[in-house]
Design a protein around this ligand. Structure first.
Ligand SMILES: Cc1ncc(COP(=O)(O)O)c(C=O)c1O
Length: 437
């Protein structure tokens, strides 16, 4: 896990460094008031397991328990409410494959407005169903293009043709101020609990949440350290801040779907550059291990982006000891069908799953010898693919082995070498590996 340290001197919550947009305290407070009757005032819960593990006082802000199971309703609803009655009647348009679409759909149905949500064609049907469920008869779903970017461009063109209003998922003042309303709740809750926050950890995708939340904390709790976290495979904010200008990443890993963007917003880039002390990146495998741990130990269901703020705690172990830390759990829309992939990525990250191509002699008993002489008592074959070859004395088999302790890996290799088994180890060959697993 890596961290990018920012050294800019922040302006105050009320100030603007130059002429760019910066969220103002009164606008955030107004957004929080506007949203009061619509969003859930989600719990801020002390987590004993994490507090014990890190010797810290760790609170989780549970936006997985928000309406539409993520904080995204806050920004979407605030933006739509800021439109004039005439603009609202012209219709609402957004592009998203996930939580933002659900927030916009929910807001449109609640306000009785016509909405059009653009999603890429390969969007899983479960997500399409959710948007349909929240949007009821008010929302039209258009599947367009292969990627989010394709859907976005179609949505923009449609919006212009209809003279409708576009609700951006992150780079929009009212969206940012709406997301900031979660900070108003957090500080109220901490005050009641009698614990000022030493550190606030928040996930970063396009940067809308981090911009709003950090601006509110800077104004109201300036002593709190503000930390952003993004997935390693889509580190657009830390790359941009390190470069000093907003960068577009050529390719990204979209696994942490809520927080995987190629380019962060122009406003959100500047605000985060100014407000966040550090942005960490966390490997996708670590995110998966954390997601499973939250489920197994605390019965908390999060989606990958929702686990980011907890996944980074190992990297902050020394800094947080004895401190009060708030982790924002941003969403709980985890698709159960992804569980196998999540478990696989977690095992690989923890050094518990290993893949080999083993060249077996093509004779009876060869596999039995492998099982008897190479596998340890707790090693488990979880994958085996082999086809007998004609005209060859050797036949390759793809084997996946799960270990109970990562320390057992060296002894597994020693036994393979002692038996003079010819193999290729695949975990460290990413180009080959991604075709197989
Ligand atoms: C669950 C979840 N967490 C985090 C993010 C990242 O949010 P932002 O784009 O505001 O940085 C998103 C964005 O959709 C999300 O859905």
């Amino acid at each position: 896990m890596t961290a990018t340290l920012f050294t800019q001197t922040p302006t105050t919550g009320h100030g603007t460094a130059d002429s760019f947009y910066y969220p103002q305290l009164e606008d955030i407070v107004a957004a929080a008031r506007r949203l009061e009757s619509v969003v859930n005032y989600t719990p801020l819960l002390h987590n004993q397991n994490l507090s014990d593990r890190y010797g810290a006082n760790i609170f989780l802000k549970r936006e997985d328990q928000q309406v539409v199971r993520s904080y995204k309703i806050r920004g979407a609803y605030n933006r739509i409410l800021s439109l004039s009655a005439e603009q609202q009647q012209q219709g609402i348009v957004c592009a998203s494959a996930g939580n933002h679409a659900q927030g916009v759909a929910y807001a449109c149905a609640l306000l009785g407005l016509k909405g059009t949500v653009f999603m890429p064609v390969p969007t899983p049907s479960q997500k399409v169903q959710q948007v349909r469920k929240y949007g009821k008869e008010y929302v039209d779903i258009r599947l367009a293009g292969d990627t989010f970017d394709d859907a976005y461009h179609e949505a923009r063109a449609f919006c212009e043709a209809q003279q409708a209003s576009f609700v951006h998922p992150f780079d929009d003042p009212e969206v940012i101020e709406g997301q900031a309303s979660v900070g108003v709740e957090i500080l109220q809750q901490l005050e009641l609990a009698g614990h000022p926050a030493d550190m606030m950890i928040m996930p970063v995708g396009g940067g809308g949440l981090a911009s709003g939340l950090s601006a509110y904390f800077k104004a109201q709790s300036p002593e709190t350290q503000l930390i952003g976290v993004e997935p390693e495979g889509a580190a657009s904010m830390s790359t941009s801040v390190a470069a000093g200008t907003n960068q577009t990443l050529d390719t990204i890993d979209t696994f942490v779907d809520g927080a995987a963007v190629q380019r962060v917003g122009e406003n959100t880039f500047r605000i985060c550059q100014q407000n966040l002390q550090q942005v960490f990146t966390v490997p996708e495998g670590k995110v998966c291990a954390t997601l499973l741990q939250l489920y197994n130990q605390d019965a908390i269901v999060v989606e990958p982006a929702g686990a980011l703020s907890v996944a980074v705690l190992d990297s902050l172990r020394d800094e947080i000891r004895g401190k009060t830390v708030v982790c924002l759990i941003s969403g709980g829309n985890n698709d159960i069908h992804r569980t196998e992939e999540i478990r696989e990525r977690a095992l690989l990250h923890e050094g518990l799953k290993h893949y080999f191509i083993v060249n077996f002699p093509q004779r009876a008993g060869a596999l039995q010898e492998f099982l008897a002489q190479v596998l340890g008592p707790d090693d488990d074959i979880t994958h085996f693919e082999y086809s007998k070859k004609n005209n060859s004395s050797k036949g390759p088999a793809l084997i996946g082995i799960e270990l109970s302790h990562k320390e057992n890996f060296q002894s597994l290799l020693q036994r393979m070498n002692a038996q003079r088994i010819r193999y290729e180890y695949l975990n460290d060959k990413p180009d080959l590996f991604r075709f197989l697993v």
